[in-house]
Design a protein around this ligand. Structure first.
Ligand code: UT7
Length: 356
């Protein structure tokens, strides 16, 4: 069986910088609170009605193609991870195909809905296709346009201050060197706490979620024998119940336990130690989470890449953006052991070990 390697990588972040002080103008928060609790100083927001999750993904994908030495026409499969798709359906995979101008090829495109661990899941799926010889140039993308769907009032401050927009992409190809490329990927989930970090409206749950919510919310559903008004009711709109919600401390506690666990699982399979990692790219959820993981694994500062300070949490885009930045900065060299790890909504979590 082949191994797959990252043959090209690129990222895109919108030009517009939004600082913590900019957010103070619209909600009750402070620069001190945000920096102390999350490490974030600023994030990027896309240009509304011009940039979307798809257009940002295309920008990152074009760079990845160029660095892989291929034309977009040579892509033979697309795997797209996002939680902020342009449309409810169809998914961003096909929109990206169109945006890249490669519809003639009619290659397959799939969307991954695994939130913060979406890119590592997407990479693992692409890896299976390349390893088995099914595809030769798989485009794997993580992209998010969070700024379109956040609550910019004080009510949403615990979520809104964290998130930013951006995209990252890689081209996965078969590796000619059996010792290089993706060595292993580990994927996990536990749906018990699905609602602890969720964005449930609009959705077709029709009140199903009530048994899973600690606090029962009246969404104003019509009587069960009335059709329509299923995805979004007038009451949801009136109450502003169409934003993501998160029980931050609960998520934090799970994250700091699952990150090290899934990294060790991958290392153990290959008989490696945490000290063998040359570069850890953790999902950029919170600088405090990354620092906790670094400490648990006893890694030096130069073995971990963080950029949440500049971009906030870009969910599925955070791992490829950080990976690309670290590589561009010359911090990842041929032969290095690179570890990707992520945890988020679902809960889902994942890791990947790559011999660069
Ligand atoms: O990427 C996907 C996975 N996500 C994560 O891993 C996120 C994990 N969780 C976290 O990063 C942290 O829990 C947060 C950064 C979200 C919150 O930090 P925290 O230290 O857990 O704060 P908290 O939620 O316990 O809130 C503490 C206080 C509350 O006020 P009271 O009740 O103590 O009076 C909040 O209302 O901070 C208040 N607060 C804020 N104050 C100023 C919440 N958000 C803000 C804000 N500005 N933006």
């Amino acid at each position: 069986m082949n191994r797959s390697k990252i043959a090209g990588i690129g990222y895109y972040v919108p030009e517009r910088v939004v600082t913590n002080n900019d957010l103070i103008k619209v909600m009750d928060t402070t620069d001190e609170w945000i920096q102390e609790r999350t490490g974030i100083r600023e994030r990027r927001y896309g240009v509304k009605h011009e940039e979307t999750t798809t257009t940002m993904a295309a920008a990152a994908a074009r760079i990845a193609c160029e660095r892989a030495g291929i034309q977009p026409e040579e892509i033979d499969f697309i795997v797209f991870a996002t939680l902020s798709p342009d449309y409810y359906f169809p998914g961003c995979g096909v929109l990206l195909q169109r945006e890249l101008g490669i519809t003639k090829q009619e290659v397959g495109a799939v969307d991954i809905r695994n939130q913060c661990s979406g890119f590592v899941y997407a990479l693992s799926i692409a890896d299976q296709f390349v390893k088995t010889g099914t595809y030769k140039n798989v485009l794997v993308v993580g992209s998010e346009m969070h700024s379109m769907g956040l609550d910019f009032s004080t009510r949403g401050r615990n979520v809104t201050v964290i998130f930013g927009d951006g995209a990252g992409a890689v081209i996965l190809q078969p590796s000619d060197d059996p010792n290089r490329g993706i060595l292993t990927t580990k994927l996990h989930s536990n749906g018990t706490y699905a609602e602890k970090l969720s964005f449930i409206n609009p959705g077709a749950h029709g009140g199903y979620h009530k048994k899973h919510m600690e606090e029962e919310v009246d969404y104003g559903y019509p009587s069960p024998d009335t059709y329509g008004e299923i995805f979004i009711t007038p009451k949801m709109i009136a109450d502003g119940n169409y934003y993501p919600n998160m029980e931050g401390q609960f998520v934090f506690k799970m994250a700091v336990s699952k990150f090290p666990e899934v990294i060790h699982e991958a290392l153990n399979e290959l008989g490696l130690q945490a000290s063998d990692i040359d570069m850890l790219i953790p999902h950029q959820a919170n600088l405090r989470i990354s620092q906790f993981v670094q400490k648990t694994l006893r890694l030096r500062d130069d073995q971990v890449w963080n950029n949440i300070q500049k971009y906030g949490n870009t969910t599925a885009a955070s791992v490829p953006i950080a990976l690309c930045e670290a590589w561009e900065a010359g911090k990842i060299k041929e032969g290095d052991l690179v570890c990707l790890a992520a945890f988020g909504s679902g809960f889902t979590w994942a890791s990947a070990l790559i011999r660069w």
